[in-house]
Design a protein around this ligand. Structure first.
Ligand code: ZN
Ligand code: ZN
Length: 366
């Protein structure tokens, strides 16, 4: 079928809306009419070759929509179902089998291989392949082919326009707190970078026993939102040394600190913000090949430095739980969303980079 997709024809160039050909859904595959797709920092990394996704290709990995058709053997969803397009996983490796599909052995090829597991692409142009299946979905398109196992069916009646960001950025920040860190009663947590991912972490921390939640950023406007969403304290790293400020606020190092920036300078500050038995957590994506440093002696003192991907757990459990929290008013992630028409994809990404918009969401033509 013919679809309209935002094609990245070469690295470091703008997306161009083009008509492409999309396959029919094969066995185990589902055709989804994309209603809206969030834009995540990782799309920008891939656009600039800092994440190795081949071109020409279609990015987008925070899609939400309606099932249009299903391939042979599909039983979990049916045409008309509202779905969020979650992360793909093989289902067969040790980590998938033990409930950690975010760390699937096949994660690299499934997220950024540029097609299905067998190397084929679902998209083409004039008979030539266009790389697809970015994070298993390539949702910067009016329709997407995804595997059944990556879809999360959501209750009818929700505002589908707002659901896409739950597929990656929002789940990543919240899941890091709920699943990777699990702060106990009375603990302190510092969140460096209060963009969409960091604010999701702040909102999640507010639903734990953590009693001191510190937002760190360079922009006062973002810090104001962090306060509204649950930060007990904020630090502007332009005007104060955040490591010292956190020690002052906590009466010593924090128990947990999270990097949502992907800046190796900030990663060092995050590591230095926690002390003995503290946990420094890396979430933010840095360009491929980036390395960071830590102080050896103080790391030896029982400090943990952990990385976490996609909020851990499974897309189904993460997204349905966050929707429940949202319904109870405890996770107002939709406050971060600004909607753009699909054709303004380049402006939406620029607004995200400039910090004017926390979470841009592209609305597909109706
Ligand atoms: Zn696997
Ligand atoms: Zn993402």
């Amino acid at each position: 079928m013919r679809v309209t997709a935002a094609v990245l024809n070469a690295y470091d160039t703008p997306f161009v809306l083009e008509e492409l050909e999309l396959d029919e859904p094969g066995p185990g595959e589902v055709l989804v009419k994309v209603v809206a797709s969030g834009i995540c920092h990782t799309d920008g990394l891939a656009q600039h070759a800092d994440l190795p996704f081949p071109v020409p290709g279609v990015l987008g990995h925070e899609g939400a929509g309606i099932v249009e058709a299903v391939g042979e053997g599909v039983t979990l969803v049916a045409p008309g179902d509202a779905v969020v397009l979650g992360w793909p996983w093989c289902g067969d490796c040790d980590n998938c089998r033990t409930g950690q599909p975010r760390y699937c052995d096949q994660l690299g090829p499934l997220l950024v291989g540029g097609g299905r597991g067998d190397g084929s692409t679902s998209l083409s142009r004039g008979g030539d392949p266009v790389h697809s299946h970015f994070f298993g979905q390539s949702s910067f398109s009016t329709y997407s082919i995804a595997s059944e196992s990556s879809l999360v069916k959501v209750p009818a009646g929700l505002d589908i326009d707002k659901l896409g960001p739950l597929a990656c950025g929002i789940s990543t920040g919240a899941g890091a707190v709920f699943n990777a860190l699990r702060p106990g009663l009375g603990s302190s947590i510092a969140v460096y970078g209060t963009g969409a991912v960091g604010l999701a972490a702040v909102m999640a921390a507010r639903s734990t026993g953590a009693t001191r939640i510190i937002g760190v950023d360079l922009h006062d406007a973002r810090l104001d939102i962090a306060r509204e969403l649950g930060a007990t304290d904020v630090v502007n790293a332009r005007t104060a040394d955040p490591v010292e400020a956190i020690k002052d606020l906590c009466g010593g190092p924090a128990d947990f600190a999270i990097d949502c920036t992907g800046s190796v300078t900030v990663v060092r500050q995050v590591i230095d913000s926690v002390g003995m038995l503290g946990t420094a957590c890396l979430i933010g994506g840095a360009p491929a090949g980036a390395t960071f440093e830590a102080d050896h002696l103080t790391t030896l003192w029982g400090k943990r430095i952990v990385g976490t991907l996609g909020g851990e757990s499974t897309s189904k459990r993460l997204i349905s739980s966050l929707l429940d929290l949202h319904a109870e008013g405890r996770f107002p992630y939709d406050r971060l969303i600004v909607e753009f028409p699909f054709e303004q994809i380049n402006e939406a990404l620029a607004a995200s980079y400039s910090g004017d918009v926390l979470k841009p969401v592209l609305r597909m033509p109706r």
